[in-house]
Ligand binder design. Structure first.
Ligand code: GLP
Length: 255
């Protein structure tokens, strides 16, 4: 694990973009795992800038998103499909055929989940997975109590997560109750992971994830078992950490 602490959100986002761009330049057909939520917006913005100004090429990239709400069509403005196209895919030269996002309207959810899991393997596995973290330590939609070996499946969202996400919907009743999500085991199979978190609201979850005991009650703690994970933070999210950490991904001193 390499914990990197930057001064602010913008620096954190740009540092994450530098790692993604480095991997993409080395492997143009990179398989990239992507996350939604407010945290990766700065990273996507910087990658779009790199595409437009520096010619960073996404034409051979394959993507797999972590999760999607069950019951929301891709056209719904709170679906993760909509989010990804609006905030990233519409602005880069990605081939739409190489984009994978769980299908929230799948008729047979279990069959779809098995297909998604197999499709990741067929594409060679995820080279680099971007991860956010929920205030309760969830990753993707693996809520506290998730099996640490779980695979792609349907999950019930906790009241905490539904409340956290309610701000995006007209009323609490409209907030979906279920999601399709990569499992913790699926995420851990990625060759590299960048976990990004900013703001004081994430400080407790980050303290547990980086320095706490590994437990399914805080799914993000599993990243301690991964052989190549960058935990990229701003000062607020890192404010409860006790250890000594670095300020650049180039430090290359994995613990
Ligand atoms: C949702 C997503 C997660 C994301 C989390 C945090 O629950 N399923 O993948 O990490 O929100 O979101 P935010 O970045 O907005 O804090």
């Amino acid at each position: 694990m390499l914990v990197i602490i930057k001064n602010n959100y913008e620096e954190m986002s740009n540092e994450a973009a530098k790692i993604v761009a480095d991997r993409l330049r080395k492997k143009p057909d990179l398989v990239l795992g992507l996350a939604t939520g407010s945290t990766p917006l700065g990273l996507y913005k910087e990658l779009i800038r790199m595409y437009k100004e520096e010619g960073l090429d996404f034409s051979k990239v394959t993507t797999f998103n972590l999760d999607e709400y069950v019951g929301l069509p891709p056209t719904h403005n709170q679906s993760y499909h909509y989010f990804m196209y609006e905030n990233f895919f519409n602005h880069i030269n990605i081939n739409p055929r190489y984009i994978h996002i769980p299908h929230g309207m799948a008729k047979d959810v279990d069959t779809f989940c098995d297909w998604y899991e197999k499709r990741i393997i067929e594409c060679g596995g995820i080279d680099l997975q971007i991860l956010g973290i929920g205030a309760n330590g969830h990753i993707a939609f693996n809520e506290p109590g998730s099996s640490l070996g779980s695979r792609v499946r349907i999950k019930t969202l906790t009241e905490k997560t539904r409340n956290d996400n309610a701000r995006f919907f007209a009323s609490m009743d409209e907030v979906p109750k279920y999601a399709i999500t990569m499992g913790i085991g699926t995420v851990m199979d990625s060759k590299e992971i960048i976990l990004i978190a900013n703001g004081e609201k994430k400080a407790n979850a980050i303290k547990d994830a980086v320095e706490g005991p590994i437990t399914g009650m805080c799914p993000a703690t599993i990243v301690q078992m991964h052989r190549k994970v960058y935990v990229l933070l701003d000062k607020e999210a890192a404010s409860k950490l006790k250890g000594d950490y670095v300020d650049s991904w180039e430090a290359k001193v994995f613990s």
